[in-house]
Design a protein around this ligand. Structure first.
Ligand code: NAP
Length: 296
């Protein structure tokens, strides 16, 4: 029988921290919460969580401490105080605040120096998806530590992936996913401008992309395989064909009197790949020139 007051402490009750604490409660876990601004804990208290105003007391309440604040400087602001550091001994800290791989490595070294275990994770979900099949969590850190807390962490998500023991791996994978999403977001809003200028319904654009989504997943797997194996020859669509289509996007922007920032950037990158002699290769061959600065 655990001597702890609760099973898990959630530090940080913004949109995501509140969703995490709520999912733990829905899974029947005993939950302690802490937040810099106390009143944000009220709905969780009403649902059965225990609020502690002292960071050290909140940490000592549970064997597992999940931190989900804006960023790593905010995490240091909470954990770095001497009275707090000494409360960490014997606990496992799971950092779910967005971090760079380097920040995760620094935090890991410091947490372990306090005789605590550390896992670094990245949530791939909206707060409303936490606790459902749609939410994914990527975690890096020692396998033995993850296995000890796996059942608890599975209360939060449908998919729990171990990115490996190297503590920066989850943040690195999350950064790679975010890089992909950045293109998706910018591409979507530029496409929305085209639709608006041409009198098309944005809902039709959204539906067309949703229908195409499985193909995007297939393309991601294909590109990873091409870059991994170095087999860039014999593409179904050559880099030149795609480059010509993207160059046409600049023309569309001109015709519709839209900003051409995004298509000019993309077109410049593909032009650089063609100038490097890669025109007959797979689209993924742009990988070979991306280490160089591209001026639109
Ligand atoms: P949010 O709603 O803006 O909440 C930010 C939280 O950080 C609040 O609890 C805030 O406390 C706390 N905080 C900020 N600076 C602090 C400091 N110096 N000391 C103590 N506490 C501090 O953000 P969120 O959406 O919950 O996101 C939290 C983390 O989850 C971020 O790293 C984000 O990238 C990640 N994430 C979010 C989503 C999402 O869709 N929301 C998805 C995946 C990952 P106060 O209440 O006192 O201001």
């Amino acid at each position: 029988m655990s001597t702890h007051q609760s099973d898990v402490t959630v530090m940080g009750l913004g949109r995501m921290g509140t969703a995490l604490a709520s999912a733990f409660l829905r899974a029947g876990r005993r939950v302690t919460v802490w937040n810099r601004t106390a009143h944000r804990a009220r709905p969780l208290r009403d649902s059965g969580a225990v609020f502690e105003s002292s960071v050290a007391v909140a940490i000592q309440a549970s064997p597992l401490v999940v931190v989900c604040v804006s960023d790593v400087p905010a995490t240091w602001a909470i954990l770095g105080a001497p009275a707090v550091a000494s409360a960490l001994a014997g606990r496992t800290v799971v950092q779910l605040s967005s971090s760079t791989p380097g920040e995760a490595r620094d935090l890991d070294a410091w947490v372990r120096a306090q005789d605590a275990d550390f896992l670094s994770g990245a949530i791939l979900a909206w707060p409303s998806q936490v606790g459902t099949e749609q939410a994914s969590l990527i975690v890096a850190g020692p396998n033995a530590v993850l296995r000890r807390h796996e059942a608890m962490l599975r209360s939060l998500v449908g998919t729990l992936e171990h990115a490996g023991e190297e503590i920066g791996a989850a943040c690195a994978l999350c950064a790679a996913v975010l890089s992909y999403m950045a293109g998706h977001w910018i591409g979507f809003v530029h496409g929305a401008r085209i639709c608006q200028a041409e009198g098309l319904k944005l809902s039709d654009f959204g539906e067309a992309l949703a229908a195409f989504a499985p193909g995007l997943g297939q393309d991601a797997r294909h590109m990873a395989r091409v870059i991994d194996t170095g087999h860039y020859a014999h593409p179904e669509t050559s880099l030149t064909t795609v480059a010509n289509d993207i160059a046409r996007l600049v023309q569309v922007s001109r015709e519709d009197e839209l900003s051409s920032t995004w298509p000019r950037f993309a077109s410049g990158l593909f032009r650089q790949a063609i100038d490097a002699g890669l025109g007959a290769e797979e689209t993924a061959a742009v990988f070979k020139v991306l280490h160089e600065e591209v001026m639109p």
